[in-house]
Design a protein around this ligand. Sequence first.
Ligand code: VGL
Ligand code: ZN
Length: 199
Amino acid sequence: MSNALVVVDVQNDFCPGGALAVPDGDAVVPLINRMMEGADAVILTQDWHPAGHSSFASSHPGQAPFGLVEMGYGGQVLWPDHCVQGTEGAAFHPDLRTDGDLIIRKGFRSAIDSYSAFFENDRTTPTGLEGYLRSRGITELTFAGLATDFCVAYSAMDPARLGFRASVALEACRAIDLEGSLSAALEEMRLAGVDLKAV
Ligand code: VGL
Ligand code: ZN
């Protein structure tokens, strides 16, 4: 049995001062750096959008950030422009250890967002992470990072349905908490069989 730590989106734009800052987001960095030492494999994810991405409110005339639109694949929250490929905002937090085994980028298709490290928001387009984990014999996943109620939650619920064991280290996560999205995400994760490790 082999375990992987999956570090979700610990990028400048999700930290204080960033374009989509998660309150206290940078507080997870020292804890995650320590968690990396005990893992058999370390995988980092990076939100990686082209300019003009369809999840940006700026791409929808008349819409403001944090509004909701219908996208064909379902509801999509509109975000401020963030994690644009190659920008400082898309870079990992400068204090985060990035000497992990794999960096998986997501959200790079203009027409579709990807919260999960496994599938894009249509829930069917794969990122390739499942195959990577299976070919390395990894069966257990621990998630940490940003944001608890979006990319961490979506990333942790997919492996549960794919047959991996998944847990979330809540202490090493921070949330956006948009209109109750944190409590909703915690409940959904519980129902999906994700082991929530207490703060
Ligand atoms: C995220 C909103 C938009 C996240 C990414 O990392 O949780 N949230 N893109
Ligand atoms: Zn994004």
